[in-house]
Ligand binder design. Structure first.
Ligand code: BGC
Length: 486
């Protein structure tokens, strides 16, 4: 399909794909071939992920699993009776945010009362944990003042979008940093404690209970409020991940056999044991090697917004070195890591304005381009983003197929709550992902629901559900306080 598109483009720009253009086409295609994953390959990837998910859930196999399958202690999705006022923190996506959220029972609505974005400077992202949490506590204090909320001790939902071993809903040990964060002294520590300590160090305000939430869970919960068949949450943004409702009897590390629990898969770590070697390209290996966390989150590095632009840059550079682009002359900008932003991919792939956008972006990168170069750049973007969408589809298909089989159903109808800049902003990502899921999970009818601020409202929702459940059960031990066996 892409080859046909390329052929058409060559004709459009009056460069018949014959003679030198034909050879150029073939050579460019040769470099892009490793990104093209057939349906059989995707089925194979899905089968490998299925095995890894089972390993992650197992009591004795968990410690060697690269897909961590973390229990979240969320055992109920919203039922519409939740209510109250909450604070929410959202750390780990594009921005750090503080929010005040009200959940109204009567109107079944979640209102975001107000929110504030606080920048986290690079030196804090890579500094000490104490500095990071002091910064978070300071942002929260500023927000409480601006909202005249100081003095009220509201419950807080903390969307912390990193892999955490959750012992209880309010005890969450960071396994490792991902994306651009690498603060010292936090891995292996309880994030709730670090936040509370920072607030105590200030001593000028307090918070009541804290519920820890992964962004996938917030997304599932915020969509679950609108559509009660939503039992999967998926993020394709700076990072990628998904959670889903798993049968308790399969969650071997948590006591209890009845009902379901939301599992944070942490599928970004898929491949960290080397099982995706045959899928990785030389460009993926380079991205990994030069990242701040080599060997960590292999699958995420092929898919998410933090890395896609850099993969495209490396491919463009390679094609330039091979004299297939820009007359063989790279610019300083093209040689600079991080210069090709992921949002450029979406802009270049816009159906109407894409080629014009490509020209502007190549000019901005100081490249000496012609029309064929702009077309090749577009082809590279399309190839890299398609692979991302198809890999995500393989992973999501693994989850929906698992839910169907878990429940002994011939046919499953389910809803996925989705969020993330790549999914939202890329012009054909969602179509491509959905088409591939239909092929890979033919017995599942999957509806995709874009979450409205899952990280903010979803955190409030998890806190609200926790409070509802806490209030209903004589002893909270029954629902949220089961122990994880390590
Ligand atoms: C983190 C996940 C998170 C995902 C999306 C990944 O890097 O490990 O916990 O859900 O990014 O934000």
């Amino acid at each position: 399909m892409l080859a046909a598109w390329w052929f058409r483009l060559c004709l459009q720009v009056n460069q018949g794909p014959f003679g030198s253009e034909l050879s150029l086409t073939l050579q460019v295609q040769k470099h892009l071939e490793p990104f093209r994953l057939s349906l059989e390959k995707l089925q194979d990837v899905s089968a490998r992920l299925r095995k890894d998910m089972i390993r992650g859930l197992g009591k004795h196999s968990h410690h060697r699993a690269s897909v961590k399958m973390l229990p979240t202690f969320v055992r109920a999705t919203p039922d519409g009776t939740e209510k109250g006022d909450f604070l929410a923190l959202d750390l780990g996506g594009t921005n750090f945010r503080v929010l005040h959220v009200r959940v109204l029972e009567e109107e079944q609505r979640v209102l975001k009362m107000d929110s504030q974005i606080c920048a986290i400077p690079q030196d804090i992202m890579l500094g000490t944990g104490e500095k990071l949490f002091d910064h978070i506590a300071a942002c929260l204090a500023e927000f409480l003042d601006s909202q005249k909320l100081r003095g009220q001790t509201l419950p807080l939902g903390f969307t912390f979008s990193f892999p955490c071993e959750q012992k209880e809903i309010d005890k969450s040990i960071l396994i490792r940093w991902t994306k651009g964060f690498n603060c010292s002294g936090v891995e292996g520590e309880d994030v709730v404690n670090l936040l509370k300590e920072a607030i105590h160090r200030r001593g000028d305000y307090d918070i009541s209970s804290v519920a820890m939430v992964n962004d996938t869970v917030g997304t599932m919960m915020s969509c679950g409020y609108r559509d009660q068949s939503c039992e999967i949450g998926m993020i394709i943004g700076t990072g990628t991940n998904a959670c889903y409702m798993e049968e308790m009897k399969n969650v071997k590390r948590v006591e209890g056999e009845d009902g379901r629990m939301c599992i944070n898969t942490e599928w970004g770590g898929f491949g960290d044991d080397g099982c995706l070697k045959d899928v990785l390209t030389e460009f993926d290996e380079e991205v990994d090697k030069t990242s701040i966390n080599p060997g960590v989150h292999t699958f995420e590095k092929m898919i998410s917004g933090m890395y896609l632009g850099e993969i495209v840059r490396l491919v463009l550079l390679k094609l330039t070195e091979e004299k297939l682009l820009f007359r063989g002359c790279p610019s300083e900008a093209l040689l600079t890591p991080g210069s090709f932003e992921t949002r450029f991919i979406s802009e270049i792939e816009e159906p109407d304005s894409g080629l014009e956008n490509a020209k502007k972006i190549l000019t901005k990168l100081d490249l000496d381009w012609d029309l064929v170069d702009a077309c090749v750049a577009r082809l590279v973007c399309d190839t890299v983003s398609s692979r991302s969408a198809r890999l995500c589809a393989a992973a999501l298909a693994t989850i929906v197929n698992r839910i169907r089989i878990n429940r002994g159903l011939d046919h499953l109808k389910t809803t996925v709550g989705v969020d993330g800049t790549v999914y939202r902003k890329h012009p054909n990502f969602s179509d491509e992902l959905q088409a591939a899921v239909r092929l890979l999970a033919p017995k599942c009818d999957v509806t995709f629901l874009i979450s409205e601020d899952g990280s903010g409202k979803g955190a409030a929702m998890v806190t609200a559900v926790a409070q509802r459940v806490w209030a209903c059960w004589a002893s909270p031990d029954d629902l949220f306080h089961c122990r994880v066996t390590l």
